[in-house]
Design a protein. Structure first.
Length: 119
C-alpha cells in the first residue's frame, strides 16, 4: 500500500510542477514538462520493480502505439474544440475521443497482428 502512495506522490509532483510553471507565467515550460517522459520514466521504473523488464517492454510498445496514434488526435481535438466550446468541455470531448480510440486499439490488439508485436 505504501508503494501506491509513493507512485501517487511522485506523479502528483510532476503534474503540480507543470501547473505551477504555467501559473507563474511560464506556460511553455509547463507544456514542455508535460511532454517530457517524466511520467513514463517513473511508471516504467515502478513497473520494472514490481513486474520485471518483460512487462516494461510490453508497456513501452503499447505506449508507443498510443503516443503515435491516440495522443496526437487528442491534442488536435483540444486545439479544435477549445476555441469553440471552452477548455472543460473540450477536455471532456478529447478524453472521450481518446477512450474510443483506446478501445479500438485494444480490439485491434486482440484480433490482429499487433498482438504478436506487443508480446
Amino acid at each position: 500500500m505504501i508503494e501506491y502512495i509513493l507512485y501517487f506522490i511522485i506523479g502528483g509532483i510532476i503534474v503540480t510542477s507543470s501547473i505551477l510553471l504555467a501559473r507563474i507565467g511560464h506556460p511553455i515550460l509547463g507544456g514542455v514538462l508535460m511532454v517530457l517522459p517524466n511520467l513514463s520514466l517513473v511508471g516504467f521504473y515502478f513497473i520494472n520493480k514490481t513486474s520485471g523488464s518483460n512487462a516494461v517492454i510490453s508497456t513501452v510498445k503499447s505506449s508507443l502505439i498510443g503516443t503515435v496514434f491516440i495522443w496526437p488526435i487528442y491534442m488536435i481535438s483540444l486545439l479544435y474544440f477549445i476555441p469553440k466550446i471552452g477548455v472543460n468541455k473540450a477536455l471532456l470531448i478529447g478524453v472521450l475521443i481518446s477512450v474510443i480510440l483506446a478501445v479500438i486499439f485494444l480490439l485491434l490488439w486482440k484480433y490482429t497482428f499487433i498482438s504478436i508485436w506487443l508480446k
